[in-house]
Ligand binder design. Structure first.
Ligand code: UDX
Length: 448
């Protein structure tokens, strides 16, 4: 089976090289010429573990890049749409890119004689594929979906920083299909993955993606709300969660071992969630539900609690320092999480902006996201060369991103370099005991 992919962004590139690594020939379509030129050199332009290594390996043989969508459709059996879906100003989903692609795909399908399958991998709100994408494809091709060509929805569950591993070794593959479609192309494509395949309707597949990301956001906002209450009564939420986790319904015993599922790592108070998916998807679901006449109170609360987190972190620091004006504050980490250079919707950026508005001077250090941050914040802050450099002469330090490198901070390092050795560990990432009694240590869930 030959595969074409539309969009050489994050999802498209990972899908392309992931499928190439399973032996498929890929034609990837990208409209930006500079991106095409870069990819031809084996450079994705993305910070993602193993991506460029695999791309370099496949680019001259199994992975072709072009701007010609017609050529890609003619020379493949299945097209996977991986273009971005952004947010409009009000938080609702912007489908303009997906509509453009559907139009061009429809035109390409018009002159294709053999059966072709179109797969929507981009995240779209439920009913988008049936009510928007399919009518555009049919109008522009003059053909009938389900009979002349197939349409499926196949959401991605790729974590930035672990995307190749998630793609090649998935927990589940969700395939949403038209009822009248007797087409196994996508199932066949995923045969080499040996993974659980969940076959369902188009709308259910679309909804599974939103349900998954909303669930992650829900856990984080729940932890943050609970942490605030705990703090007011001097309770350390870590101990509360320890009590919660041992419930056998959460951590079953397998053999003699208690198993603590990985999902529990999202029950973690901190500066709030960020990235290119969770904030955007939860907002899109809220707007979608409202348009249907619902009042999605819980989804709105997830966002509201999250939006308040950066201010909450600044408040914690302010209550310690009293005055933030003219203070030099070190910010450790601008990426929304470790193992990525992505600063989209990063809580760190919000914390920095609030501190600047209060008159603080910011020194930032992030192991990989400095370039992206410079492009966004220009010369409004100081960019440090190293962890040590960032601590020099500062009045306080806030650890925002849980990069492993930050584990090397010690009380001595703080005392030697900082004006006042004070650290606010917004993720409780460091070992509290190493710092307490030696320097001023504030952790979001210490309950003090
Ligand atoms: C997310 C989903 O995990 C993925 O399945 C989906 O396809 C795309 O969106 P990603 O945006 O890379 O992936 O972020 P993720 O690793 O899930 O992190 C989201 C937020 O949760 C971040 O703010 C991060 O700091 C936080 N997080 C992440 C935790 O609190 N605990 C963790 O263990 C991991």
């Amino acid at each position: 089976m030959k595969v074409s992919i539309i969009g050489a962004g994050y999802v498209g590139m990972v899908t392309g090289v992931g499928l190439a690594s399973k032996g498929y020939n890929i034609i990837c379509v990208e409209r930006l010429q500079n991106k095409i030129n870069r990819i031809k050199q084996g450079k994705s332009g993305l910070y993602e573990k193993n991506l460029d290594e695999l791309l370099s390996k496949f680019v001259d043989n199994k992975f072709e890049i072009t701007s010609d969508i017609d050529y890609a459709v003619k020379n493949s059996d299945i097209t996977i749409v991986c273009v971005g879906t952004y947010s409009k100003e009000d938080g609702s989903i912007d489908l303009s890119q997906i509509e453009d692609v559907a139009r061009n795909l429809g035109i390409a399908l018009k002159s294709k004689s053999s059966y072709h399958t179109v797969v929507i991998k981009s995240t779209v709100v439920p009913t988008t594929t049936r009510n928007i994408v399919i009518p555009i494809l049919e109008r522009n091709s003059g053909k009938k979906s389900g009979y002349d060509f197939g349409v499926s929805v196949n959401p991605e569950f790729l974590r930035e920083g672990h995307a190749i591993e998630d793609f090649v070794n998935p927990d589940r593959i969700v395939i949403g299909e038209l009822d009248n479609q007797n087409n196994t192309a996508l199932e066949d494509l995923y045969q080499p993955f040996n993974s659980k395949i969940i076959k369902t309707s188009l709308e259910t597949a679309e909804m599974i993606k939103y349900a998954s990301n909303t669930f992650l956001g829900l856990l984080i906002s729940y932890s943050n709300e609970l942490a605030d209450i705990c703090e007011s009564v001097g309770v350390d939420i870590s101990s509360v969660f320890d009590g919660l986790y041992h419930d056998r319904r959460i951590s079953p015993k397998i053999g003699n071992e208690k198993v603590f599922p990985e999902i529990l790592s999202y029950l973690s108070p901190g500066p709030g969630f960020g990235g290119s998916c969770l904030p955007k998807d939860i907002s899109a679901l809220v707007k979608f539900a409202e348009a249907l006449g619902h009042d999605p109170k819980m989804m709105k609360a997830i966002i509201e609690i999250n939006n308040n987190r950066p201010m909450r972190i600044v408040d914690l620091l302010e209550s310690e320092l009293k005055e933030l004006k003219d203070r030099t504050i070190t910010i450790l980490g601008s990426a929304f999480k470790p193992d990525t250079d992505d600063i989209r919707a990063s809580p760190s950026i919000d914390i920095i902006k609030i501190l600047i508005s209060k008159g603080s001077k910011i020194k930032l250090y992030d192991p990989v996201a400095m370039e992206n941050t410079k492009q966004l914040l220009n010369d409004s802050i100081i960019y440090s060369e190293s962890l040590e450099d960032s601590l020099k002469g500062s009045d306080a330090c806030i650890l925002v991103t849980a990069w492993d490198e930050f584990k090397s901070i010690t009380p001595d390092m703080m005392k030697n370099l900082m004006k006042t050795p004070l650290i606010l560990d917004s993720r409780r990432f460091l070992n509290t005991k190493e710092f307490e009694g030696k320097v001023k240590f504030i952790g979001v869930r210490l309950g003090k």
